[in-house]
Unconditional design. Structure first.
Length: 331
């Protein structure tokens, strides 16, 4: 099998690029690292710039450069493609369109449709039963969110953008919080101020925001669970730093070893199977049982952190499950 891993930087492999690329090499697969922002088409045949990894040799680590000489690789010459990074905004529309066309004749680990429409906080209400998700209100209209907040004056809330990651712009709003109004205005684009200042002529300024019920279970510990082909394969806890409410590793959260009970495994795998129906075969699930807070579809961290904690390469199990799942397409 020839696997193409599409990443954002060939000179700096991400955690999953390194971990999963190594695992597929150990299973005897050819691994190409390709630049997701360099997708092009030669007479409508999609290609990218990339590098073919040697069949064996020392392991890669996050931050290392993709080995080998750079050259052009056509996507239809690969049996499996794994998009491990979203394209840059300025080229994203064209890249997603070309990748979707390529996916009509080449297998993708995670479908283009799934990455476009399910890698967002909007999707929680579709994937999860009500008992496993926090009550949320989504709008680009500040007044609607503000009214929701004021009606529940004794409740804690979380406010955040629906399509941001790594803890960006996630705010904890206490009851009658003195900054709640300005935070919701900021998250929805400060449209009132923009209009009063005469900036309305500059175009549409509104942004979407989520006002979500705060889940007390988060304070007891949030867990990242990696699910491959509907099976929970790796997990770790995330300890909140003392000076923040966010447990994201990028925001100072600390990965810690944890166990999963049967209910957590069942919920993670149930969600994984629901996502598989839409072509999502690898996902990171953020859970504070019995709630799921987020799905991370494109490049969820967790495998590398879990290996550092346990010393076990769970990426081998991921590769084995993915290869078995796509065997019928890649034979």
């Amino acid at each position: 099998m020839k696997l193409l891993i599409l990443t954002s930087r060939l000179d700096y492999l991400s955690e999953n690029d390194a971990e999963i690329g190594d695992a597929f090499r150990r299973f005897g697969c050819e691994v190409i690292f390709g630049d997701v922002n360099a997708i092009g088409a030669d007479d409508y045949r999609c290609f990218t710039q990339g590098a073919l990894a040697p069949p064996s040799g020392e392991s890669y680590y996050p931050g290392s450069a993709a080995p080998g000489t750079r050259c052009v690789y056509f996507l239809d010459e690969c049996q499996l493609i794994w998009v491990m990074s979203e394209p840059q905004d300025c080229v994203a529309r064209d890249v997603w369109q070309m990748l979707w066309l390529a996916s009509q004749h080449t297998a993708f680990v995670n479908s283009i449709e799934g990455m476009m429409f399910l890698n967002t906080k909007h999707a929680l209400g579709y994937v999860l039963p009500k008992k496993n998700r926090a009550s949320s209100h989504i709008s680009s209209d500040f007044s609607l969110l503000w009214e929701r907040y004021r009606k529940a004056s004794d409740q804690w809330w979380v406010a955040k953008p629906p399509n941001a990651f790594c803890g960006q712009n996630v705010f904890l709003l206490p009851p009658n919080g003195p900054n709640a109004r300005t935070i919701l205005q900021s998250l929805t684009g400060n449209t009132v101020a923009q209009h009063e200042l005469g900036y309305g002529l500059g175009g549409f300024k509104a942004k979407y925001a989520i006002l979500q019920q705060f889940i007390p279970e988060v304070t007891q510990g949030e867990k990242r669970i990696i699910v491959a082909c509907g099976k929970a394969v790796a997990w770790h806890g995330r300890q909140v730093p003392p000076d923040d409410h966010r447990s994201n590793i990028t925001q100072g959260g600390k990965p810690i070893s944890v166990e999963l009970h049967s209910g957590e495994i069942e919920l993670a795998e149930l969600s994984g199977r629901k996502l598989m129906a839409h072509g999502i075969n690898f996902v990171g699930v953020d859970m504070a049982y019995p709630y799921i807070l987020e799905f991370n579809v494109v490049n969820p961290g967790g495998l590398y952190d879990e290996r550092l904690l346990s010393g076990i390469k769970r990426s081998d199990q991921v590769a084995e499950l993915i290869i078995a799942h796509f065997k019928k397409y890649c034979s």
